[in-house]
Design a protein around this ligand. Structure first.
Ligand SMILES: Cc1cc2nc3c(=O)[nH]c(=O)nc-3n(C[C@H](O)[C@H](O)[C@H](O)COP(=O)(O)OP(=O)(O)OC[C@H]3O[C@@H](n4cnc5c(N)ncnc54)[C@H](O)[C@@H]3O)c2cc1C
Length: 399
């Protein structure tokens, strides 16, 4: 055994695993994080932080850093790619619901860095890079995990295990927990560029979802560049989709003057919509992408994972002395319905709004959004859902 067993083991040092480690460590609970990568991952995926996540991370001193190294987005919008703005949502309508009535655009790898800095101050939280969890065993008293490291397998003992190793979670697979759902037929291509889209599109927000029957588009501003997200045909082949010719043509379709814009990153993502059948098996929990994955239209995956991590950490602290897995069942009961009813529903609906081909249905959906955006009461209700506040409020009532 590499360690004493009176601690929480967290598999995965991504945003979700590290938030859980920080929250537990700050409460005085010893933690070991085992992370497969050799160092913090330079992950470009998430860029949006919703208001309640900013409220939660503020408690750890992280939110001011996200703001300092990111960009405040006071509004976001739906557009028709051909005709322009449909509905502009002003997050200021949430001023009585959150201390942060805006979204913050900041890359997820920056969050991982800030979390590592905070964790480094804690006496009994360690992050072991280069350790890939391979198997999990548990009995009534605790868990034992095996990780593959450079010098061979290492075993760790703990009281609880949090599987936060992302979508392919070996923890979830080892325990045989189902992960039903579907894989979307299209790939998502993300390209970042310093091209100034705000100079060529009037009334752009930092976050723009653009509906189009042929090729929907998302334009996301981060501090240093724009991220362009479009659907791509998996049959076209990765090499072609990432080629200069394809990317230039795609940028030209966004705006004629963007054709020769430089690009900094080009990444293709397969996208899935899946939720684990349970988030707990005895002394083992799932959190973040290991428990639920969804398309990024709405920016909810990492935010929901952070909400999982903080709810789970709170429950583990509360029940540390009682040490009874049955008392922790409330974690699945609170967090799993949010993944279905809020996140899966919203992200699939956003995709439908963006890619609808039937003109009548498309117009009806856009008209509906137009009406919602124009009515402050309806817009606030819509923002409570899309900002993930309502799901948290509902979850808090579950016993
Ligand atoms: C294009 C795109 C844009 C997105 N934008 C947003 C957004 O704006 N907002 C949002 O909320 N979400 C967004 N997401 C989703 C977001 O990126 C994920 O939900 C988030 O990364 C999940 O965090 P996690 O810590 O659960 O998992 P991950 O970030 O996948 O981290 C898992 C960690 O576990 C490690 N690991 C893997 N296997 C093992 C093992 N066997 N042992 C130990 N460690 C292991 C990995 O190296 C990694 O460090 C986006 C996703 C995509 C694809």
């Amino acid at each position: 055994m590499a360690l004493d067993s009176n601690r929480v083991i967290i598999a995965g040092g991504g945003p979700v695993g590290l938030v859980a480690a920080l929250a537990l460590g700050r409460a005085g609970i010893p933690v070991t994080v085992i992370e497969k990568g050799d160092g913090p991952q330079h992950d470009l995926r998430a860029s949006t932080f919703h208001p309640p996540t900013l409220d939660m991370l503020d408690e750890f001193g992280i939110t001011p850093k996200l703001i300092e190294h990111g960009l405040i987005a006071p509004t976001w919008q739906f557009r028709d790619r051909a005709t322009g703005p449909v509905a502009v949502f002003d997050l200021g309508l949430l001023k009585d619901d959150t201390a942060h009535p805006y979204r913050v655009q900041c890359e997820q790898w920056k969050l991982v860095g800030f979390l590592m800095d905070e964790i480094a101050r804690l006496p009994d939280v360690e992050v072991l890079h280069g350790h890939a969890l391979t198997s999990v065993e548990q009995d009534a008293a605790g868990v034992t995990v095996t990780a593959e490291a450079a010098d061979g397998p290492v075993r760790f003992a703990g009281r609880w295990l949090v599987g936060a190793e992302g979508a392919r979670s070996p923890t979830r697979k080892t325990l045989g927990i189902g992960f039903d759902g579907m894989t979307l037929p299209e790939l998502f291509l993300v390209v970042s560029t310093p091209f100034l889209f705000e100079d060529v599109f009037p009334q752009l927000s930092p976050i723009n979802y653009m509906s189009d029957p042929d090729e929907w588009l998302v334009l996301l501003r981060t501090r240093d560049f724009w991220r362009v997200l479009i659907p791509a045909d998996p049959n076209a082949g990765e090499e072609h989709l990432l080629s200069d010719a394809f990317v230039r043509a795609a940028l030209k379709r966004v705006h004629a003057t963007a054709e020769s814009a430089p690009t900094l990153h080009r990444t293709l993502y397969p996208v899935h919509q899946r939720v684990a059948s349970t988030y707990q098996a005895g002394r083992v929990f799932l959190a973040g992408d290991s428990a639920h994955i969804n398309n990024p239209l709405g920016g909810m995956g990492m935010n929901g994972g952070i909400h999982d991590a903080l709810e789970l950490a709170r429950l583990l602290v509360e029940h540390w002395v009682a040490d009874d897995p049955e008392r922790l069942g409330v974690y699945t009961r609170r967090r799993r319905p949010v993944a279905y009813d809020e996140v899966q529903a919203a992200t699939l609906r956003n995709r439908q709004i963006l890619n609808e081909r039937d003109p009548a249905v498309r117009n009806a959906r856009l008209d509906d959004l137009r009406r919602t955006g124009a009515d402050p009461v309806a817009a606030r209700n819509y923002l409570l859902k899309s900002s993930m506040i309502l799901g948290l409020r509902q979850a808090a009532t579950v016993q």
